[in-house]
Ligand binder design. Structure first.
Ligand code: PPS
Length: 344
């Protein structure tokens, strides 16, 4: 047995004001609360450390592929693409959930509010139990891993060993998409406005943020031969070109016919209709059975995972002031870097 690599980070102490803000915005995480971890203050439930230590020591093999992203930046889209490219466009075998069936969602336990994690443990939904509690070690190789952790919280050997695909999305659209996601998954105050949320987003006071340190850490690794850095907006603009780029990176060659097939499988309208990457995703993360979830859905809002898939959707949501505040923040954070986001 190998000795575990000591995990070098602790949850940072937080002020009473911070706790109060977090508790008002994200009550589901009470009473454990959210806390910043590590040098960039990555926000997670305050009891996440033992999980993070495990993830830091996760097994990594040379044929493994890790999709590393901030939430809502094109993870699912890229996961489906990568899995199909690696598996020779086997659409029949792709008729099952990305996570837990095809991908390991590394930190799903760590980011789930403590009592929800326990509800899933005690609950009747076998899929969510598998999603939460199957160790990475039990997955067959090559392993497909999805994570929103920043690179410094991933295993230190990751980039020397496996292939990593990082997908970035402009922060304005990510903010709107995340605002919707946290409502669907009941992880924020449902009455919060998008402008209030944008303030928390800029301050990095949202689970799995702050935004810029995460992106810039990966951007700085973009020339590493084991790293492919993609933008959501490029996937939108030139899906076929991105499929080719990913296939090249993974050492796979695709016929013209395979490219055509993948392109039509991966466009938004197809992904939205595909239950394995859309509708059933909500079920996979719930302690409820399919019947219980259907009853809940009938009595509340529609639970769609694939929402709009657009670049520039933020224009329909932000006030002028919020948009200007975001622009100033983006300019400030990107000064002196070469990274450019397309926002619409
Ligand atoms: S998650 O929950 O973090 O894994 O979400 P993630 O998959 O990263 O991001 C979800 C957003 O990606 C959009 N999406 C797409 N857009 C365009 N084309 C395709 N094929 C596609 N697939 C997923 C999805 O709709 C979410 O964005 P929004 O803006 O909310 O629609």
């Amino acid at each position: 047995m190998t000795t575990p690599v000591p995990f070098p980070y602790e949850a940072q102490p937080v002020s009473a004001e911070f706790q109060k803000r977090m508790s008002a915005a994200y009550p589901v995480f009470d009473p454990v609360g959210l806390a910043p971890f590590g040098p960039t203050g990555y926000i997670m439930p305050a009891d996440a450390r033992p999980f993070l230590e495990q993830h830091y020591n996760a097994p990594v093999g040379p044929d493994d592929v890790w999709i590393v992203t901030l939430p809502k930046c094109g993870t699912t889209w890229t996961q489906e693409m990568v899995w199909l490219i690696k598996n020779d466009c086997d659409y029949e075998s792709a008729k099952c959930l990305l996570s837990p069936d095809r991908y390991h969602f590394l930190e799903i336990c760590a980011i789930t509010a403590t009592q929800c994690r326990e509800e899933i443990r005690q609950g009747q939904n076998p899929v969510s139990k598998r999603l939460m509690f199957t160790p990475l070690q039990e997955r067959p190789e090559p392993r497909f891993v999805k994570t929103h952790l920043p690179l410094h919280l991933c295993p230190p050997t990751l980039l020397d060993t496996a292939k990593v695909i990082y997908v970035a999305r402009n922060p304005k659209d990510m903010c709107v998409s995340y605002f919707n996601h946290l409502k669907v998954f009941e992880e924020r105050d449902p009455n919060m406005s998008i402008d209030e949320f944008a303030n928390l987003f800029i301050a990095g006071e949202v689970s799995q943020l702050p935004f810029f340190p995460h992106v810039l850490e990966a951007w700085n690794q973009r020339h590493n031969p084991n790293m492919l850095f993609l933008f959501f907006e490029d996937l939108k603009r030139d899906l076929r070109g991105c499929i080719k780029k990913v296939a090249d990176f993974l050492g796979k060659s695709l016929t013209g016919e395979q490219l055509d097939g993948l392109e039509s499988h991966l466009i938004f309208s197809s992904m939205k209709k595909n239950p394995w990457v859309n509708k059933s995703v909500i079920l996979a993360y719930s302690p409820l059975t399919a019947e219980q979830l259907a009853a809940k859905e009938a009595s509340s809002q529609k639970t769609e995972f694939m929402r709009k898939g657009e670049t520039g959707d933020w224009k329909k949501h932000f006030s002028k002031e919020t948009s200007a505040k975001m622009d100033a923040w983006i300019d400030r954070e990107l000064a002196g870097t070469e990274i450019k986001f397309v926002t619409g």
